[in-house]
Design a protein around this ligand. Structure first.
Ligand code: C2E
Ligand code: MG
Ligand code: MG
Length: 538
């Protein structure tokens, strides 16, 4: 670093100057002893003046002593300056320029020191990993300046509530680490502190006429839980923080071994899924949809399954959220929809195909185009396709959903509102979104015969659907009793385990063959779909 003198060089120069000065003083004493007495006697006229050469030597020694003295004080000033420069440079290298906290590089050594001190006092260390939950959102939406303000304010708020001796570091874009000692018998103050951090960091920040807001998730690990090694503790706190985030953010979690196992399982799942998508392990299953008035099979809903070679058959409730998180949902969904369009080509052209889409696809402005491309490639008529949008996903961006529904409908594709009754849509929202169908969530259907409340709800949804021109499907019909209860209502479609569980493409095709509802049917005399042939529950 500029301006700083290495210590060995500093010692060498000091030694040299000191040596010269000491030699000059010794010589001064020697020459002084020889010169001063005769000089004094000469001045008093008692003796002859001393030798001119000795006087010059003495004067030279005086000059040398003065020079050495001056040089020594200059060197000392230089050393003080260079030490200050070194300290500044060290501080700069150890702190985060934006927030003034310690940085990732320096936290390890500082934590080691704190750990030693804590152990000497029979205390343990708690490491808290804090991650801002929606930092990226603020950065993307309001610029990096806003992101910087958020980080600086979060650091100030954390610092304000830091116990004495505790350490605060910024270890990643939006990740902070707080390390403090505590009594192992009483971890409660740490939890209280974490709760204060969550509360404080979550306070809104007024900036340039807008309000910035971020919540924080906190993962905690302690030095008496397994290895008291700082690196391991940081890793554990990180796992706990990840867990806190998954629990719904704005939460505190202490590390536990199960979390680590979960994380390993999760990471194996992710790797397996990425490979499975490429290898075609995600396949469509089909659930029958029945028109209750005629008893006819009218179509199928495609439900994706993962046939994992190591884990077996996995349902969408497990893999869809992961696929969304790891950014694989579009590829996965495209693969199963494309396959479903091919499978359905072999069915009777009167049968419809319904597919579900995730909120991530709902936000994709190119989704309608991609779908159209698949329809063209597989030569599948758009009017046979129905897209299901789950009600709880509507609120994400109502404008976007409306645009999406409109462009799908413009292509002749129908759109239905899935799991209705669970997402709290307002009537105004429903009226403004041109759905073709409402699917009542199975939670209202399963105990329909016993629940007069659910009967009233189903009745209201049906009349709401009639008012809005949206026919209704009942999901989750499991028993004859439910079917009988549904007979009290008009114009319904139904689906559920009563008609059989979702089945793979080949089993579905076999079942259709038996019903003479495939394109490869040989019996040309088969009556057309809606001539009263009733589908019987399996
Ligand atoms: P959903 O669209 O509401 O699908 C109905 C779910 O209820 C299916 O679960 C189905 O197997 C189940 N089910 C059907 N009848 C009955 C019944 O009588 N009783 C009971 N207890 N359950 C019944 P599954 O296949 O596990 O799918 C769960 C959800 O995953 C689906 O709910 C859908 O929202 C989503 N999903 C399925 N496939 C895909 C896909 O390819 N892409 C996307 N984005 N989501 C999908
Ligand atoms: Mg559905
Ligand atoms: Mg549903």
């Amino acid at each position: 670093m500029a301006g700083a003198v290495p210590e060995s060089e500093e010692l060498r120069r000091n030694g040299l100057t000191l040596g010269v000065a000491l030699a000059a003083i010794a010589l001064l004493v020697l020459t002084g002893l020889q010169v001063i007495p005769p000089l004094v006697a000469g001045l008093l006229g008692e003796d002859e003046a001393p030798d001119q050469l000795l006087v010059s030597a003495m004067l030279l020694n005086i000059a040398l002593v003065l020079f050495g003295w001056r040089r020594l004080s200059m060197l000392r000033a230089e050393v003080v300056h260079s030490r200050a420069a070194a300290a500044t440079a060290r501080e700069l290298a150890e702190t985060d320029a934006l927030t003034g906290c310690l940085n990732r590089r320096s936290i390890h050594r500082a934590a080691q020191d704190l750990l030693r001190k804590a152990q000497a006092r029979q205390q343990v260390l708690a490491i808290a990993m804090l991650d801002l939950d929606n930092f990226k959102h603020v950065n993307d939406l309001h610029s990096h300046q806003a992101g910087d303000v958020l980080l600086r304010t979060a650091a100030e708020r954390l610092r304000h509530h830091l116990p004495p001796e505790a350490l605060l570091a910024r270890v990643g874009g939006d990740e902070f680490v707080c390390i403090t000692a505590f009594d192992p018998q009483n971890p409660e103050p740490i939890e209280r502190l974490a709760a204060i951090w969550i509360e404080q960091v979550g306070q809104k920040i007024a900036w340039n006429g807008i309000e910035l807001e971020a919540s924080v998730s906190v993962g905690l690990s302690r030095s008496d839980d397994g290895d008291a090694d700082v690196e391991t503790m940081l890793h554990k706190a990180d796992i706990a923080m990840f867990h806190a985030k998954r629990q719904g953010r704005n939460q505190i979690a202490w590390f536990s071994l199960t979390m680590e196992n979960e994380l390993r399982f999760r990471s194996a799942l992710e790797t397996g899924m990425r490979r499975g998508i490429i290898q075609g392990e995600f396949v469509p299953y089909y659930e029958k949809q029945i028109d209750l008035a005629s008893g006819e099979l009218v179509g199928f809903e495609m439900l994706a399954r993962w046939l994992s070679p190591t884990l077996g058959k996995i349902g969408p409730d497990i893999f869809i959220p992961i696929a969304e998180e790891i950014g694989a949902i579009a590829d996965l969904s495209e693969a199963v929809i494309r396959q479903a369009l091919r499978d359905a080509q072999q069915w009777d052209p009167g049968l419809t195909l319904a597919v579900n889409i995730s909120p991530v696809q709902l936000r994709d402005p190119w989704f309608a185009q991609k779908l159209l491309k698949m329809l063209v490639e597989t030569n599948f008529p758009p009017h046979r396709l129905e897209i299901e949008i789950t009600e709880s996903n509507l609120h994400e961006n109502i404008g976007l959903v409306r645009t999406m529904i409109t462009s799908l409908k413009n292509q002749g594709i129908r759109v239905s509102l899935d799991d209705f009754g669970t997402g709290y849509s307002s009537l105004a929202q429903l009226r403004s979104l041109p759905f073709d169908r409402i699917k009542i969530d199975r939670s209202f259907i399963t105990n329909l015969p016993e629940s007069s409340e659910n009967q009233a709800i189903v009745r209201s949804i049906i009349s709401l659907g009639q008012g809005l021109g949206m026919p209704v499907t009942a999901e989750g019909v499991e028993t004859e009793a439910v079917l009988a209860a549904l007979a009290n209502f008009q114009g319904l479609k139904a689906q559920g385990y009563l008609y059989g569980h979702p089945e793979p493409a080949d089993a579905t095709l076999d079942a259709l063959r038996e019903l003479h509802l495939t394109l490869d049917r040989t019996d040309v005399d088969t009556p057309p779909l809606d001539t009263g042939k009733h589908f019987r529950a399996a």
